[in-house]
Design a protein around this ligand. Structure first.
Ligand code: HEC
Length: 471
């Protein structure tokens, strides 16, 4: 629970709310149709809602109605939180009706792909991987790849080596748990450290926790293993979801994310509690030491590596090369996925403010913003299941330089965002439906490399290669 004295926010209990789907069936379906398809009232599925599709317009419409046009006001029926829940439900149900999630991934497209700025083709670099979660380049052009089942692989001279690298710690593999990020040290050529994050199995059956180690890569083996981050084993949680686990270097610092590690309300509140590392972004030196200027080092009881709090399940971390600002993407529950700029010591609000609702349709919070909580740069309802983000820093796609690429799992989509002044000023969808995008990296050759978990076929590492002809 929340610990006093470490700047924790008192959580106002959310009044128990009713399930949005059930309320829709009971109160709305006879006019708008069971599948939102429209009946005696208009369809709620289309993108061209008469009164607007943004959250505030929809919320106002449901609360105040359009009585002269036959839409009753529901202000007396719903709490504020239930109104939010209903809006999230309508977005989700409308999308599901048009674009069912988790369809089998399509084969890789052949031929030239066209986009706003560049024409490119998609090439397979390595195939036959099991849930490739993360990739990292070595100075000699080799690519390290983690497979979630617990294997670290090497793509050498364009070929996936059949035998995995040895010396990888034993990992818990279930639900979302497994071997996750791999990052080679920026000075790998001088000292070959490799950093790994994974779900460490606890002593007690059914428990696990995010853990971070580094080890030197010698030949085909990891040696000299050191722990960079771990929780005391008696504090491991009984849950195999929401590990966070993304890693990114900035100069001498290593940032990493730890998810809240469970779905229950009291577990979610860990994100606000500075005495535990869950639901946080952390910053350490490369060897795990705590930087003396971390924001909470002087607060008694606070976990000293915390850099920012109030995050749920951060699956993406990247540093904008122009500003040095740290960006993060995270999974909301049902709805409420977020893209954030992470500031030193800031609070991102989970679970006290959110655009999402519980998986059972009940509300989490009646607030989407509050004083002292950082709003997201962008948020998604329904969830697209955001994963890794990457600022493109290569030269092969000049018009994409410094654009932010974001992958999604559920929606199997690659997004490109133009970022200006820490805001998204333009966005484009590059492709959809060829796989759940787990990782995106600029290669040393300036090409864009992507780790793809494919639904209904083995995973792959692919790359985008520019085509000479104009788009
Ligand atoms: C008695 C029939 C009726 C019921 C019940 C009803 N609606 Fe409506 N609703 C309408 C009509 C008619 C309109 C179109 C209003 C207009 O044209 O301005 C509408 C419009 C809306 C709009 C705005 C659509 C747009 O195009 O901008 C939303 C959102 C909406 N309803 C949601 C709901 C929800 C959620 C419920 C249940 C809690 C509900 N409605 C229940 C009749 C109904």
């Amino acid at each position: 629970m929340l610990a006093a004295g470490v700047g924790a926010y008192a959580a106002e209990p959310v009044k128990p709310g009713r399930d949005a789907g059930a309320l829709y069936a009971q109160l709305c379906a006879n006019c708008h149709g069971a599948q939102l398809e429209g009946a005696k009232a208009p369809s709620l599925r289309t993108d061209q809602l008469k009164h607007g599709r943004d959250d505030e317009a929809m919320l106002r419409g449901i609360r105040d109605g359009y009585p002269s046009n036959g839409m009753p006001a529901f202000a007396k029926t719903f709490s504020e939180a239930e109104l939010r829940g209903m809006v999230a439900y309508l977005h989700e149900a409308a999308t599901r009706a048009v674009d069912p999630h988790l369809q089998a991934s399509h084969p890789l497209p052949t031929g030239t792909q066209h986009s706003e700025e560049h024409a490119y083709r998609i090439e397979a670099v390595a195939e036959g991987l099991l849930v490739p979660w993360s990739i990292s380049f070595l100075p000699d052009g080799g690519i390290l790849v983690t497979e979630r089942e617990g294997r670290l692989r090497l793509i050498e001279n364009g070929k996936l080596k059949p035998e995995p690298i040895t010396g990888v710690p034993k990992v818990a593999v279930r639900d979302e748990a497994g071997l996750m990020s791999v990052v080679a040290d920026p000075d790998f050529a001088r000292d070959p450290w490799v950093y790994l994050s994974f779900s460490d199995p606890g002593d007690e059956e059914g428990t696990a926790m995010t853990k971070l180690i580094r080890a030197r890569l010698r030949g085909n083996a990891l040696v000299d293993q050191q722990t960079i981050f771990a929780l005391p084993r008696e504090q491991y949680q009984k849950s195999y979801v929401l590990f966070g686990s993304r890693l990114v270097f900035q100069g001498d610092y290593l940032f990493f994310s730890v998810g809240v590690r469970g779905m229950e309300t009291d577990v979610s509140l860990h994100a606000q509690d500075l005495t535990v590392p869950m639901g946080k972004i952390h910053r350490v030196f490369r060897d795990g030491r705590i930087p003396p200027d971390n924001p909470f080092v002087d607060q008694p009881g606070a976990w000293p590596s915390i850099w920012a709090r109030g995050v749920r399940n951060p699956q993406g971390l990247a540093v904008d090369p122009r500003t040095g600002h740290l960006w993060e993407s995270e999974h909301g529950p049902r709805g409420g996925d977020e893209l954030n700029v992470i500031k030193r010591g800031a609070n991102y609000g989970w679970p006290l403010v959110t655009y999402g609702i519980n998986y059972d349709g009940t509300p989490i919070s009646d607030k989407t913003e509050a004083p002292g909580m950082e709003p997201p740069v962008k948020h998604w309802t329904p969830s697209i299941a955001t994963s890794e983000i990457e600022f493109y820093t290569g030269d092969r796609f000049p018009q994409w330089k410094n654009n932010l690429f974001l992958g999604s799992l559920a929606e199997q989509t690659l997004y490109r965002f133009v970022i200006d002044n820490d805001q998204v000023t333009h966005e484009e969808i590059l492709f959809k439906n060829i796989g759940r995008i787990r990782d995106i990296k600029t290669g040393p050759d300036g090409l864009i490399y992507i780790a793809l978990e494919r639904v209904g076929r083995p995973g792959a590492v692919i790359r985008l290669v520019p085509e000479a002809d104009a788009p």
